[in-house]
Unconditional design. Structure first.
Ligand code: NAD
Length: 482
């Protein structure tokens, strides 16, 4: 078991840990609000120091490092992470309040991200271009190379503190860039453990720099600095779009929130669909950007589906995230839980009914199903980011497509039907970055192109896509005639 009394993390700049003993921020266990450690937030001046260090290491080391070495560092890190999976999983459960089984799942995915990136480092290709397609291009040829950009600013949220950091750091290393990372201040320690693994695996000092602390003071100087060539952000729309405005001339990737629609037709395997929603709406207390939030159920099976889902949710076991038997845990803070509870109460005040759950105890909000909702209730139209699923009946395919698309968001969706023609028709018609057929919206593998449309963001992650995004295409033309 982890010893937590000594957890005190500073920022990491150029391989050195920077701590200010008079400047500390407590980190709480979301389950019982106990202090698990503290961070020493970076000063605004540290932002520039971290960027200049990252820039120096980029020019002196990383951009010259051969692909096989970058690949090897990532492979070694994957092996080390696999060996220390239990320690990492415990840290995730402790700092994020994630049930230990789910934390193990996050670590397993993180190992795969590192392995995909290790392979990706060796598969960065350009092309040869026939210049004689243009008049005058005879006796000349052109090639393209994919080259690293330089310093990448990465800003990450609390909900997958290891894997979402790796979605940025692993492809950045694979491509020979350097990184200044600002992890979520509520879940800082898994980043420190990862930093230590990367260092042990041979990542040059200063290739990854970490700025600890809340974003309010640190993010603007980070994303606007002229030496930062790309910004990659995962988090809320409020912060994401603000960053885009701060850095209008930079490459910016935004992985933001959603209120994922999932559609269940009467001909679906309803048992399988129920299990999928029971998982996809409530994993990590619904705190995933692709959590099932709006579940549209064909009217003829609506009541039966609600009953089945309620029965399924009664099996969840709430408890300490570190206990093996716990399948459902707290939200990240009591404030977040109070906000979720107030949205439930507001919906009920507007005529909605609670089929199960609806109550809060500290930071734990019961797994909740709401029926009789209207599309303009917050629990439906805003991002709920809590263990709350709204069930909405529908009559026709046309109507449900319109309802699913009636959202400012567009990240992932799910559609459940045995009719293959309809499955593809609906998948085509839904305006989201990704659609699952006979699977819930929350499903994600780390090599798939992942990213939303509309207010859910800009750009794609998934190793191959992040590698494209973290490299520039450079054209080199050659005159073959003396
Ligand atoms: P958040 O936006 O509050 O925080 C994300 C990061 O931004 C953190 O590092 C935080 O310190 C920083 N930040 C917060 N407020 C800031 C401010 N005013 N100025 C500058 N920086 C600031 O998000 P969160 O609560 O940590 O995470 C939840 C959100 O993330 C949800 O909206 C969820 O949908 C989204 N998310 C999206 C994806 C995706 O891949 N699309 C994945 C996970 C989470």
């Amino acid at each position: 078991m982890l010893q937590t009394e000594t957890l005190h993390a500073g920022s990491y700049i150029g391989g050195e840990e920077i701590k200010y003993n008079h400047r500390n921020l407590k980190v709480l266990n979301p389950y019982n609000q106990e202090v698990i450690g503290k961070i020493s937030p970076a000063l605004v001046d540290d932002v520039e120091k971290a960027i200049l260090n990252a820039d120096k290491v980029f020019h002196e080391t990383m951009k010259h490092m051969p692909a096989y070495e970058r690949s090897e560092i990532l492979r070694k890190t994957a092996d080390l992470l696999e060996k220390r999976a239990q320690k990492f999983a415990e840290m995730l459960s402790l700092e994020a309040g994630k049930p230990i089984q789910e934390s193990r799942g996050e670590v397993t995915r993180a190992v795969q991200v590192l392995r995909f990136a290790s392979e990706g480092a060796k598969s960065i290709y350009g092309e040869q271009i026939s210049l004689d397609s243009a008049i005058g291009g005879e006796n000349q040829m052109g090639v393209t190379k994919r080259i690293p950009l330089g310093v990448i600013a990465a800003i990450t949220p609390f909900n997958f503190p290891l894997n979402l950091v790796l979605h940025k750091v692993a492809p950045a290393i694979a491509t020979g860039n350097t990184v200044v990372l600002k992890p979520a201040e509520k879940t800082p320690f898994s980043s420190v453990l990862l930093y230590q693994l990367l260092e042990e695996a041979g990542l040059p000092k200063g290739a990854l720099n970490i700025l600890m602390g809340p974003g309010q003071e640190l993010v603007e100087p980070l994303v606007t600095h002229p030496k930062v060539r790309k910004v990659t952000f995962t988090g809320s729309g409020k912060v994401g779009w603000m960053i885009k405005e701060m850095a209008p001339r930079k490459r910016v990737t935004l992985e933001l929130g959603s209120n994922a629609p999932n559609i269940i037709f009467a001909d679906a395997d309803v048992e399988q669909a129920t299990q999928a929603i029971a998982m996809g709406g409530y994993t990590f207390a619904g705190q995933a950007c692709v959590s099932a939030q709006r579940v549209y159920v064909e009217r003829s099976i609506h009541d039966a589906f609600v009953k089945r889902l309620v029965t399924e949710l009664q099996k969840l076991k709430t408890g300490n995230p570190l206990d093996e038997g716990t399948s459902f845990g707290p939200m990240i803070t009591e404030d977040a839980a109070i906000r979720a509870e107030s949205w439930i109460n507001e919906a009920v005040g507007q005529g909605a009914k609670v089929a199960i759950g609806g109550k809060r105890d500290g930071a734990v909000v019961e797994p909740t199903v709401i029926t009789d909702v209207d599309p303009d209730m917050k629990v439906v139209c805003a991002e709920v980011f809590a263990p709350i699923v709204s069930i909405l009946p529908f009559e026709t395919e046309e109507e449900v497509i319109a309802s699913a698309n009636d959202s400012e968001f567009g990240l992932h969706a799910g559609v459940f039907t045995k009719d293959i023609y309809r499955a593809f028709r609906v998948a085509d018609a839904i305006d989201t970055g990704g659609v699952w057929i006979n699977e819930v919206s929350v499903r994600r593998y780390d090599h798939i192109p992942y990213g939303g449309v509309k207010n859910s963001g800009i750009g794609k992650e998934g190793i191959k896509y992040a590698i494209d995004d973290m490299t520039a295409i450079k054209f080199i033309g050659i005159n073959l005639k003396s």
